[in-house]
Structures are given as C-alpha cells and as structure tokens.
Design a binder for this molecule. Structure first.
Ligand code: HEC
Ligand code: HEC
Length: 444
C-alpha cells in the first residue's frame, strides 16, 4: 500500500501532462472534418450549413415565415427571411434605434455578413474608471421622434465607433468549448497572451461562459447576442434582451426601452410613454431564436479560389512575423451532443467536430487601439479589443473596430502594445514580402 500514493501521483501527473494537449477530444469514431464553407458570392445559394432544415425561400404572397419555437426546430429560409425583415413602430421599433432590421447592417456580401454601418458608444471617467454616458453608453443614431434623438454633452469625452462584424460561420464559433479557447490562450507567449472574459448567457439564467462575440467579446451565445441586438440596435424589447451587452449601467437595463439622452436630460421612453405605443416585451422571443438559428446555420467564409501565387508566398510569413499568435488559424468545435451555453444548447451534428479557420483567438488584447469603453468585462478591459476574426476579411473594406481604416497595411501599422513585435517584424520584411503577406490576408 505504501507505494500506491506515489504511483497514483505519477499517473495523475502523466494524465495532467497529456490532458491539455489532447483537447479538443473527438469522441471515438468521430474524427473532425473541415466545416462547410461559402464561396462568398451572393449569387450562389450556398449559405446553409446543414443545422436544421433548409426549407424553401419565403414568398409572403403564398406563406408567412414561421420562427422556430426552440433552437434548431425551424427552417433556414424562414429564419433568413425574419433576419431580413424591416420592423415598424407597430412592431416596437425604437423609440431610439440604429436601424430597422438585422440585414440593414449585416448584408454584404450575403445576408448575415458585413456592413459599413457603425454604432456609437460614449461615456466619461470618474477617478480613472469608465462610466456610461447618462442614459447608457450606446448612443443611438436614430429615433422615431425628434424630441428624443440622442445628443451627448462634451463631458462624455470617451467615445468610439464600432463597425459591423460579419456573422457568417458564427454557429461554429458558438460551438467552441471554453477549454478550446483557454488552451489556445495558455499557449500564447506571456507578452502577447489574450484575456478571456466570462459573460452571462441570457437564456441560461445568466450562467457564465467565455465571451467570443462582439468587439469586446461581450457575448457567448447567439441567442444572447440576438436578444441584445434586437433591443439595442432596433429598440425591440424581448425575453432575451438581458444584461449581457447592456447599453445602460442601470441595474434593470435591458428589461425596458433604452432611455434617451437628450439636451434636456435623460428621457424615459418606456411604454406607456408618448414615445412608445407598444407594450413590453415587444417580441415574444421567437424572432430572436430565428436570428440565432439563421446565423448558426451559415457556412464559414471560404478562402479565395484559386489562391493567387502572392497569397501562397505570404502564408508562411503570417506565422513567422507573429500574426498567427493572436489571429489563431485553426480551432476544432466541440463534439456533437456537448452541452454548451450554460446547458441551454447541445452542439448539433452539423456544427460539432468541425475544423474552422477563423484567424482569431476570440480573446481581448491591448494593441494600443483601445477606446476606453467598458462593457461587461470590467474596468481592466477598457483598452482591450477582441482580435478581429480575419476569415472573410477580403470582403470587408472598413477595418479595425472603428471602421475608419481602409487598408490592410494601415491596419497593421495601428498594431502596437501587445502586437508591437509583430508590426515591427512586418515592417522589417522586404517590400515584396510585405505585399505577399497583405495578399495572404486578402485571400482570407
Ligand atoms: C445598425 C447596424 C446593426 C444592426 C441593425 C444589427 N447589427 Fe449586429 N452588429 C453591428 C455592429 C456595429 C456590431 C459590432 C458591435 C460591437 O461588438 O460592439 C454587430 C455585431 C453583431 C454580432 C457579433 C458577431 C461576431 O462574430 O462577433 C452578431 C451575432 C450580431 N451583430 C447579430 C445581429 C442581429 C441578430 C441583429 C438583428 C436583431 C443585428 N445584429 C442588427 C451592427 C448592427
Ligand atoms: C497581440 C495580438 C495581435 C497580433 C500579434 C496581431 N494582431 Fe491583428 N488584430 C489584433 C486585434 C486585437 C485587432 C482588433 C483591433 C481593433 O479593432 O482596434 C486586430 C485587427 C487586425 C486587422 C483588422 C481586421 C478587421 O476586421 O478590421 C487586420 C487586417 C490584422 N489585425 C492583421 C494582422 C497582421 C497582418 C498581423 C501580423 C503583422 C497582426 N494582425 C498581428 C490583435 C493582433
């Protein structure tokens, strides 16, 4: 018996040594396969990745779209139609909002993808800590009444635009296990190591999960992001609007309309006010499931085909100068059946054990571009931004979180802080190598 303990310790040690290396662990008999990809051409019908049923394109003269009643039980074409609908005041639009439908911003090169639209966030600091602008840090661009169009005062001197992020392939990102993200970050050199934050999953009673969506990695699930976007981008209250990416620091933010910050002060526009004729929640939540399932059922962006010779030459340079440290090339999604999102969602077969190439670690970094805005990651994240997922970047021409950058070269030059070495290495390349590396990025 005496020897049992040391031997057990040795075995445990050996197991511990191999655990981080062997993850993600495919279930026996299920080897990971490449995720389906879209050619990024709006003229071809290849967005659907097999999660759920495809259905047929909706013709409203013949039949109305039906949203799912639980995740995965609807039809892709119906969900896509609902994602593309323009909402009206009678539907609950506003009173303050940014646009009238998800597709208004997520549209190029195909439904769900990119748009040049930006949202705007603002606040100020008190003793060095970020504080939301009165009425909430999200300052909406539009309103349904001139009395409540939002204006901030000069006191709100921490300001930032946020450009639209493509959602193509996001179902695979949702199905990345926390451990996959953690192991990846743990393998990064200390000086470049990313920060992962835990954020509440609205549909799982705010159970915490590692955030991966949004410029501040402020959400972990597509239902939570969709509920937040329905409220904060369009002004439509719903059972999933929650607290995750809340626009206001009020403790009950997310449970009612966003207040309007006006020159006359903060105006409460919640029903029953003269500004809002529709009782809350304005949506029963089924639209939110339709949005989430539509995005979850989209394929990942495919590489440029055929690959230009310059992109092939630039490929190894992306690793050698250190870009791939944060812009992680490859992940494998969790096995089908794995419970994620705080237990609210089981990884479906179409999304499980899939190899993806997002070119992001989905972690926050300080690369000197930080905007001082704090969402749900705490004050330490004020100047951190999530690594942009570079898949599909060739179809986007407004870059970096503010969307004010228009070339890959200038985006690289903006990399400082944790990315200083990579930028310097890039600048030390020959002119021909630099253009090869840029050709590689533009082939993603
Ligand atoms: C006014 C333009 C606009 C509208 C309308 C809009 N979005 Fe977005 N979307 C954005 C912007 C801007 C971001 C980045 C926001 C951030 O992280 O701060 C974003 C990010 C996202 C993301 C995160 C993607 C990722 O991979 O990180 C998802 C998911 C999303 N939107 C879904 C939706 C849904 C669903 C709707 C409709 C309910 C919607 N959006 C409506 C502009 C918009
Ligand atoms: C330390 C981590 C890190 C390293 C190393 C790094 N990046 Fe980034 N990259 C980021 C972050 C974070 C952002 C988002 C910054 C922002 O929007 O303010 C970003 C954004 C970008 C963008 C803009 C994409 C978009 O969608 O707007 C490009 C292009 C890019 N990086 C390319 C590169 C290249 C090329 C290299 C190597 C020379 C590199 N990055 C090295 C973290 C890194």
């Amino acid at each position: 018996m005496r020897k049992a303990l040391p031997i057990l310790t040795l075995i445990l040690f050996a197991v511990a040594l191999f655990l981080p290396l062997s993850s993600p662990q495919p279930v026996e008999g299920q080897t990971a396969t490449e995720a389906l990809t879209t050619d990024m051409d709006a003229k071809t019908d290849d967005l659907f990745n097999g999660f759920g049923v495809k259905g047929t394109p909706i013709d409203e003269c013949v039949n109305e779209p039906e949203p799912p009643t639980a995740r995965g039980n609807g039809r892709f074409e119906d969900n896509k139609f609902i994602f593309s609908e323009r909402e009206t005041i009678e539907d609950g639009l506003g009173p303050t909002y940014n646009d009238v439908g998800c597709v208004e911003c997520h549209q190029s090169v195909d439904v769900g993808a990119f748009g040049q639209q930006m949202e705007f966030r603002a606040g100020h600091t008190v003793n060095g800590a970020f504080v939301d602008a009165p009425g909430g840090q999200l300052v909406h661009a539009r309103a349904t009444d001139s009395d409540i169009v939002e204006h901030i005062s000069t006191a709100e001197n921490v300001r930032s635009f946020r450009v639209t992020i493509s959602t193509l392939g996001d179902g695979f990102v949702e199905c990345l296990a926390n451990a996959a993200l953690q192991n990846n970050v743990a393998a990064q050199p200390l000086a470049q190591r990313g920060t992962l934050i835990n954020v509440p999953v609205t549909e799982a009673n705010n159970t915490l999960r590692i955030g991966r969506f949004g410029w501040k990695a402020q959400h972990a699930s597509l239902v939570s992001f969709s509920g937040d976007a329905y409220l904060n981008e369009m002004g439509i209250t719903n059972p999933f609007d929650g607290f995750g990416g809340r626009s206001s620091s009020a403790p009950d933010a997310g449970t009612h309309e966003n207040p309007a910050s006006t020159p006359a002060g903060v105006i409460n526009v919640t029903f029953p006010s003269p500004f809002d004729p529709v009782e809350d929640p304005e949506d029963d939540g089924l639209d939110v499931l339709a949005f989430a399932d539509f995005m979850a059922a989209t394929r990942a962006p495919r590489r440029q085909t055929p690959l230009p010779a310059a992109a092939v030459r630039g490929d190894p340079l992306f690793n050698s100068v250190g870009c791939a440290v944060c812009h992680t090339r490859t992940f494998v999604t969790a096995a089908p059946g794995t419970l994620i999102n705080g237990g609210a969602f089981a990884v479906p077969a179409a999304l499980g054990n899939k190899i993806i190439h997002p070119f992001s670690d989905f972690a926050l970094h300080n690369i000197g571009t930080g905007d001082g805005i704090v969402q749900n990651g705490g004050q330490g994240t004020a100047n951190q931004i999530r690594t942009s997922a570079l898949w599909g970047v060739r179809a986007r021409n407004r870059l970096m979180h503010q969307g004010l950058n228009v070339t890959i070269f200038d985006s690289i030059q903006l990399h400082a802080g944790q990315a200083t070495t990579a930028r310097n290495n890039f600048n030390a390349l020959t002119a021909a190598q630099r253009s090869d590396l840029i050709a590689f990025v533009l082939s993603l």
